[in-house]
Design a protein around this ligand. Structure first.
Ligand code: IMP
Length: 233
């Protein structure tokens, strides 16, 4: 398991005026082709008051897609972030996420995207999961979405943050928003699936939203401390 540490503020950081920070024009990379993930990180970076441009992989042709060979979300997120930092020499972020079902001992887990086989569709994955749980009554249909978000700097700092949202699985899909297992998943404290909830509400409670908000705080610390070579090359 890779260490998932938080950077500590430096003494220098405590005395630096925010206006004097070296944050302006810094570019960071999110190792994704998914425009929704990019937009989400940009929103949260902006909400955190960071003067950071977030680039996606479509902005940086030539990134070698690494194989996600680890058995944990954290491990796979780190593989992607390390590959992106090596290719771009910028601070790189990457996430890995999925659904972990209690009755299935945490599966599909890191295999969520391809649960029904390589290249499987969301519908096929959902149908398989429903079949696997067809004899499981409602009180035992608990599950959680999990997200690991990794951030790596060109000078070798690494941090991983996790976000989790617990809930339960329905016996039939409901809702049109979202993707993946959203039509089956009702978060705790709600009576609608994450495919029925307003996307802004999903962002606020979601595994990914939680992990991204935590890592944005880390990014702020790295940039204000100025102790990284994560600025533009
Ligand atoms: P990835 O980390 O974006 O590759 O997601 C892995 C897989 O986990 C997706 O293909 C979905 O099946 C599932 N997943 C991850 N996050 C969510 C979510 O927020 N809603 C529904 N399914 C998700």
């Amino acid at each position: 398991m890779t260490a998932a540490g938080r950077t500590q503020p430096t003494t220098r950081e405590e005395h630096r005026e925010p206006e004097a920070s070296p944050m302006s024009r810094t570019e960071v990379v999110l190792a994704t082709h998914n425009p929704k993930k990019l937009a989400e990180l940009r929103r949260l970076v902006e909400a955190g008051g960071l003067e950071v441009a977030v680039l996606g992989l479509d902005d940086l042709p030539g990134y070698p897609e690494p194989a996600e060979t680890e058995t944990t979300f954290e491990g796979n997120a780190l593989i992607k972030a390390r590959a992106a930092v090596a290719a771009t020499r910028r601070i790189a972020l990457a996430d890995d996420s999925g659904i972990a079902v209690d009755r299935l001992n945490g599966m599909p887990g890191v295999r969520s995207a391809r649960w029904a086989g390589p290249g499987s569709t969301d519908v096929a994955n959902n149908e398989l999961l429903l079949r696997q749980l067809d004899d499981v009554a409602d009180p035992h249909r608990a599950a959680q979405f999990v997200c690991a978000m990794a951030m790596v700097s060109p000078d070798g700092k690494e941090v991983v943050r996790h976000g989790v949202v617990r809930g339960r699985l329905l016996t039939a899909p409901r809702g049109e928003n979202g993707f993946g297992y959203d039509p089956l998943f009702v978060p705790e404290g709600h009576d609608r699936t994450t495919a029925e909830l307003d996307p802004a509400i999903k962002d606020a409670i979601s595994h990914r939203g939680r992990a991204v908000r935590a890592i944005v705080t880390d990014l702020q610390g790295w940039l204000v401390a100025g102790d990284t070579t994560g600025g533009n090359p």
